[in-house]
Design a protein around this ligand. Sequence first.
Ligand SMILES: [Zn+2]
Length: 324
Amino acid sequence: MSIANLIPFYRKGGEDAMSYLVEDTVKCDECGSRQLKKDESRGEVVCEDCGLVLEDKVIDQGAEWRVFSPEQGDQRARTGAPMTVMLHDKGLSTDIDWQNKDYSGKSISSRYRSQFYRMRKWQKRSRVSNATERNKAMALAELDRMASRLELPKTIRETAAVTYGKAVDARLIRGRSIEGVAAASLYAACRICENPRTLDEIGEASRTGRKEIGRTYRFMVRELRMKIPPTKPEDYIPRFCSGLDLDAEVQSKAYELIAAAQEKELTSGRGPTGIAASIIYIASVLCGKRRTQREVAEVAGVTEVTIRNRYKELIQNLNIELEI
Ligand SMILES: [Zn+2]
């Protein structure tokens, strides 16, 4: 999908801040969904189903950077590009200010200045020499923290760590946060191990938002030329069902319905989480263990609108009578 393809549909979408791109030719190249929304304020197209940002603006608004020393300030002013230092210690250590001010903003007396100068020098040196190693160590800790929160098996943690290492070696960390790249690595690892988590789930366990994770993930896939298998709706059934406290009966009903839907080709061009969510909703009603669309939407990280649209299509084409 290219920007050129999208331009006519932006216009069609009107002045809404978020407008749907309903044209059949445009679909998410990650999950195949056609539920694409344009976020006017950021100039991005976001997939409603898998949450990935499909097109970024030419200028990345997300990159923020700070200046840690006068020399850095000069360097960056000259290069002009938004650049973030590789912050292995992001948010965890205190920077010694370069302006010779104490934290209340008052000037530091000359008595302490030389001491500060030495500390800054030391801090800078240790930062450069150990940056890569410490970056990896921080990322591993972050990966472990997220993985245990998400109760992910060891194989996924290890795959994520390897993916993160590749990103570091390819210098993809520049301009990105450890948290963002770690979360994107974990998201990728889940998919590689065919145990996908939604961007919402990863986002909840992460210190960054799902948009940044999705954006970083796509960047990594592109730069590292990763081959990531598409996710299947059935991959999500057990987890969504347990999240909704639905038993084995509903689960097997859901698998049955997915097989039937796939046979009739009702799942292509649809986001897998949206399909899984609608199927679970239908299965819960059929088994007399009804969950509301809102409840299912929340667990699956999709909108109620998506569930409503999918389930209408599904029950119609599968000839299911639902008493709601
Ligand atoms: Zn998608």
